[in-house]
Every structure is written in structure tokens, then in C-alpha cells.
Design a protein around this ligand. Structure first.
Ligand SMILES: O=P(O)(O)OC[C@H]1O[C@@H](O)[C@H](O)[C@@H](O)[C@@H]1O
Length: 282
């Protein structure tokens, strides 16, 4: 590799791969195919948030970075539980081991392709194949590719990104103007706030394919572009929920905001079709 440095390491039980090129540095956990860190060299500012209490024991999904939710989002939808019984939240690939299958570089980008090693007993949808492509450049492109080799069926997905903010009380989300359904108010539909600020627990699904939003916090701004989605999910657990979670400290809600590029509606994927869900972070 001419421009890319690849370093294998670990955090507790989790194997990691650090990719550094002229433009940025990215740390990937092979548990979950999970991006843990993205620092572009333009400003060396970490874009992603990682909980100081995140567990790297491979028993639980990692709290922070970019968990991959697939083939469902949140609690498993009824079409899945009817078929398969009780299932964990946010799908099963965030708790699978993944492998790097390809690394390709050009002068200003490195592309890393990963696939999950889904054990046969966990592979509920053997005809759906998922692959994660990371394009590490001045921006980080996270591209989740789903291909169907069998009969048409529905699935769901999300790139559940945790973004680092300096103080949630001084954080604003820009360009997200579509109404949302509120998980905290029995799925009531509400208009997007303007300005979009945060003062309490937030768990919202904006049912629109908004292509670009910007998170501003203090002097810093992070741009999140999305493609192939039907929703943007905005989540902050706030203090009381943090207290209930073993992998978030009580005040950790102050420095994070999840903006998730998602397919929350039953997406039908037909035979031989490929869907791409993409988030580009700048
Ligand atoms: O704790 P988990 O399973 O990683 O989920 C975190 C949050 O993820 C968000 O996407 C959901 O909207 C929330 O309801 C959920 O609490």
C-alpha cells in the first residue's frame, strides 16, 4: 500500500483495524463491522462519539461510533417476530464478527470492504447478503449494500451514528424540517422544531429522505449526507435514561447526538436487486 497504513490491534476482546491515509484516520471494530472513530486530517477533529463505558467484551453492541442495524431497526417488526419469535433490537449484525475482504487505495481515498461472518443458526435471512464499504477520504462514506438472491422480502436497516458534540445544550440540527413521529409520545406526529435544539430525551423518526443535515455545536459543524434512506432518526437518551444504561455514564448525553440514516419502513427487495444505504460524514 502506497498511501495507506493498515494497523491491526484490539480493544479488550474486540479486534480492530486502523486505516490511515493522507486524508484521514479511521478505526474499525471487526465486532459489528463498526466504525469506532473518524478523524479527517483537515482539522483532526473526532467526528464520532464513543462512550467512556462502552463494552468491548463482544457480549453487547458497542455504545458509540457507527453501529450497523440490519436486517431490522429498533424492536424487531412483527413480520419478523411472527416468522422467527423473540429477537434482539436493531438486528443481529452489530453483534457478529466481520472480516475485511478488500482494501483498495487511490491517491486520495482508501476503500475498505467488510462482510459479516453470520453463524448459520443466526442467519435468519440466508438469501439477503450484506456488505459494508467504507470510503476513507476527506469525508467518510459508509455504504451498506444489501443484495437479495432469493424471493422478494422486506427488511430494514440503519447506520446508527453517534456524533460527538461539545455540549448538547448548545447543539443545533440544521436542515431537518420534516415532521417526525415521536417514540416518547406514543408515536404522535409532530412538526420539526425550529430551531432544532435539545432540552430533553429525544427519540424521533423523521419519515422523509432528507439528503443533508448539519450538526452545529459550539464552533464545530459536522455535515451528514444520506442516500438510499426513507428516514432520519434523531436520538439522545438524556440523563435519566443514561442512568439506566450500564454502558453510558450519567452525564454522557451531554456530548453525543445520534443522527441515523435509516430504512425504517418495510422495504421490499426483489430477487437480484441491490439496495444501498449510505451516509457521508464531513
Ligand atoms: O440501546 P440500543 O439498542 O443500542 O438502542 C439505542 C436507541 O437507538 C435508537 O435508534 C432508537 O430510536 C432508541 O429507541 C434506542 O433506545
Amino acid at each position: 500500500m502506497l498511501y495507506t497504513k493498515v494497523t491491526h490491534g484490539s480493544r479488550d476482546q474486540v479486534a480492530t483495524v486502523t486505516i490511515e491515509n493522507n486524508q484521514a484516520s479511521v478505526v474499525i471494530s471487526l465486532f459489528g463491522g463498526h466504525v469506532l472513530s473518524f478523524q479527517p486530517k483537515t482539522d483532526n477533529r473526532e467526528r464520532l462519539w464513543m462512550s467512556s463505558l462502552a463494552q468491548f467484551d463482544k457480549r453487547k453492541p458497542i455504545r458509540g461510533g457507527i453501529p450497523v442495524c440490519w436486517p431490522w431497526f429498533a424492536a424487531a417488526p412483527q413480520d419478523f417476530t411472527d416468522e422467527f419469535g423473540e429477537l434482539p433490537a436493531h438486528g443481529y449484525v452489530r453483534t457478529c464478527d466481520w472480516q475485511v475482504v478488500h482494501i483498495q487505495e487511490s491517491v486520495d481515498a482508501t476503500t475498505v470492504t467488510l462482510t459479516p461472518l453470520i453463524e448459520a443458526q443466526n442467519n435468519l435471512l440466508p438469501n439477503l447478503h450484506v456488505e459494508l464499504e467504507l470510503v476513507i477520504a476527506k469525508t467518510l462514506t459508509v455504504r451498506l449494500r444489501t443484495t437479495n438472491s432469493g424471493a422478494s422480502r422486506s427488511y430494514y436497516a440503519a447506520l446508527h451514528s453517534y456524533f460527538a458534540v461539545s455540549d448538547i445544550h448548545h447543539t443545533e440540527l440544521h436542515d431537518l424540517t420534516s415532521p417526525y413521529i415521536d417514540k416518547l409520545q406514543n408515536w404522535a406526529q409532530c412538526p420539526a422544531p425550529s430551531p432544532y435544539c435539545f432540552t430533553s430525551e429525544t427519540d424521533r423518526i423523521h419519515l422523509s429522505a432528507t439528503p443533508s443535515v448539519t450538526i452545529t455545536s459550539g464552533e464545530a459543524s459536522t455535515v451528514v449526507n444520506s442516500h438510499g434512506h426513507d428516514s432520519l432518526v434523531v436520538w439522545n437518551p438524556w440523563q435519566d435514561r443514561c442512568k439506566e444504561m450500564i454502558d453510558m455514564s450519567d452525564d454522557s448525553y451531554l456530548t453525543m447526538l445520534c443522527v441515523e440514516t435509516a430504512r425504517t419502513q418495510a422495504n421490499v427487495i426483489t430477487q437480484n436487486e441491490t439496495h444501498i444505504l449510505e451516509q457521508v460524514i464531513r
